[in-house]
Design a protein around this ligand. Structure first.
Ligand code: GLP
Length: 263
């Protein structure tokens, strides 16, 4: 794992977008794993800008989203389908047939989860998976006690998550109680992982995820097992990291990051 600390949320999101853009330019047919949440909005804004101003091409790539609420039709304003459509899909040249999300309104949810796993496999797996982190440390909707080898399945949301996502639904009572989520095992199979977290409210959980013991109580700690995981945070989300000086030194000195240091 490597941790990159940028001074503010804007610089952190820009760096994440530049990493994605570099991978997409190197492999236009790539399969990109996508995430939702407020933190990601800035990343998608940058990708849209890059599409408009620098010809970043999405026409050949395929995407798989991490999760979707159970019971919401795609058109529901709170659905992740709608989120992706608003923030990215309708603003870039992605072929809608190549943009995959689990169908939370499927009649047979187990079958839907199995189908999603099969689709990811059928298209050769995920090259780069973008991740956010919930305040209690979940990735996707892998709430506490998510097995580290778990696959795509239905998971019950915690009251904390429901509370956290309530503003998007006009109150906690409106938030669905369950979601389909890629499993921790599904996520760990992606070739590369890229997690973005910003703001002081993510500081403590980022320290646990990056430097704490691996536990199924905090699914983000499983990222420590991955061969190629980059965590990008801003100064505010980095305040509890014990190794911050070392992480800054690596970013400032390793040749891999030379092209990303500006901005
Ligand atoms: C939801 C999503 C997660 C995301 C989290 C953080 O729970 N399922 O994938 O990481 O929100 O969202 P935010 O960026 O709004 O803090």
């Amino acid at each position: 794992m490597e941790v990159i600390i940028r001074r503010d949320p804007a610089a952190a999101a820009l760096l994440v977008a530049r990493i994605i853009a570099k991978e997409l330019r190197a492999n236009p047919h790539m399969t990109l794993g996508l995430a939702t949440g407020r933190t990601m909005e800035a990343v998608y804004r940058h990708l849209v800008q890059m599409h408009r101003k620098e010809n970043l091409d999405f026409s050949l790539c395929r995407t798989f989203n991490l999760d979707e609420y159970v019971g919401l039709p795609r058109e529901h304003p709170g659905s992740y389908y709608r989120y992706m459509h608003e923030h990215l899909f309708k603003k870039v040249n992605i072929d809608p047939r190549n943009a995959h999300l689990p169908n939370g309104a499927a009649r047979n949810l187990d079958q839907e989860c199995e189908r999603y796993e099969q689709d990811i496999r059928r298209f050769g797996g995920i090259n780069l998976q973008l991740l956010g982190i919930g305040r209690a440390g979940h990735i996707g909707f892998n709430e506490p006690l998510s097995a580290l080898f778990s696959r795509t399945r239905v998971k019950a949301l915690t009251p904390t998550t429901i509370q956290q996502n309530a503003p998007l639904f006009g109150g906690p009572g409106q938030v669905p109680r369950r979601a389909i989520t890629m499993g921790v095992g599904t996520i760990l199979e992606a070739h590369r992982l890229l997690l973005l977290a910003t703001g002081s409210e993510k500081g403590e959980i980022i320290a646990k995820a990056v430097e704490g013991p691996i536990t199924s109580m905090i699914s983000a700690t499983a990222l420590q097992l991955h061969r190629r995981c980059t965590v990008v945070v801003d100064d505010a989300a980095a305040t509890h990291l014990q190794g911050a000086d070392y992480y800054r030194w690596v970013f400032a000195n390793e040749p891999e990051w030379a092209e990303f240091r500006k901005g």
